[in-house]
Ligand binder design. Structure first.
Ligand code: TRP
Length: 323
């Protein structure tokens, strides 16, 4: 299929061309890679919610326990009439724990790339919190985006749970922290979830669940490329791989080609060697100290850190320094 004919099918949809451009760029790079932000179509978002409930996947359980136990300590850091801005809100389940404990939160601004999820969740939140202003923003929060004007009179706090910042490279995480300091402003609080360095066995199991949901989630990226870009990936020809890279303190996720094969993607022929992988995501692990040090270099002062009983996960509060 030619590039023109695919573009012509979606004349008004710029995001398809950005998606197509990123996919072609990644699959023609060496080593091959795909951006994890494209995991989250409707199926991907649903599979991700399933991952968070898996027995091996400790981060969500630990983070929820920390939030349940310490939400009122977190709430005490927020001035009256605060807008809580969540980066990558998904189901907003964690934000609800803060909303329940922090009457200071007057507005909630969920920012998410998945527009369908966002509007459904916003409706549920308005129903459950009738006095809260719910102002969803459909945006890729890794790119600069605007906040609703109506937030001007409110103090601001950021919420970035799920160790999503761990999915960024160090330079991207730093850029995000600087960007967040700029849009939230002086004295703002940022509450951020950080997965901690631990034994390789626990880490590896979390990304290789016995039920195979993480594998499905990873492979869904190829299904999405087939569907939206007219590619012909044979999903049975690829397998999920996740392992801990100890030197770099990160989990790496890949899709490995089981055989030597060719795949047609958006008018290009992409060649795979047997065993060749597409690197789809990293999940960096920090210590409380190593994350705090990075935050200090990016306009933030660490003010508190809470962990679960096993010290598997941490929720850290930062305050924006004078710019
Ligand atoms: N940021 C979390 C983590 O790295 C959640 C997550 C993002 C995730 N992408 C994932 C979990 C892919 C499993 C598989 O753990």
């Amino acid at each position: 299929m030619s590039v023109q004919s695919v573009v012509a099918r979606h004349p008004a949809e710029d995001r398809y061309s950005a998606f197509a451009r990123d996919v072609i760029e990644g699959l023609t790079a060496r080593p091959k890679r795909l951006s994890p932000k494209y995991f989250y179509d409707e199926t991907g978002s649903r599979l991700f919610e399933e991952i968070t409930a898996l027995p091996e996947y400790y981060p969500t359980r630990c983070e929820l326990a920390i939030l349940r136990q310490h939400a009122s300590d977190m709430a005490r850091l927020l001035p009256p009439q605060t807008a809580l801005i969540e980066f990558g809100s998904g189901s907003s389940r964690k934000a609800r724990l803060l909303l329940d404990s922090a009457p200071a939160i007057a507005a909630y601004v969920p920012v998410d790339i998945s527009a369908e999820w966002l509007s459904e969740e916003a409706a549920r939140l308005r129903h459950d919190y009738p006095r809260l202003a719910v102002l969803p923003v459909a945006a890729d929060f890794t790119q600069p985006f605007g906040l609703p004007r109506s937030l001007a009179p409110l103090a601001r706090a950021g919420f970035f749970p799920g160790s999503t910042i761990g999915n960024f490279e160090a330079h991207q995480a730093s850029a995000f922290l600087r960007h967040a300091a700029r849009i939230l402003g002086e004295d703002a609080i940022l509450i951020v979830g950080i997965d901690l360095v631990k034994d390789a066995k626990t880490l590896t199991a979390a990304y290789n669940d016995a039920a195979g949901v993480t594998a499905k989630f990873n492979l869904n990226l190829l299904a999405r490329i087939n569907r939206e870009l007219g590619a012909d990936f044979d999903l049975a020809g690829f397998c999920h791989q996740a392992f801990y890279n100890r030197e770099r303190q990160r989990i790496e996720m890949h899709l490995a080609s089981r055989v030597r094969q060719q795949v047609q993607v958006y008018g290009r022929m992409i060649e795979f060697r047997a065993g060749e992988t597409i690197h789809t995501e990293n999940s960096y692990k920090y210590t409380v100290e190593s994350f705090g040090a990075m935050a200090r270099g990016c306009g933030w002062t660490p003010v508190a850190a809470w962990t679960d009983a096993d010290a598997y996960f941490s929720v850290q509060a930062l305050r924006a320094a004078k710019q």
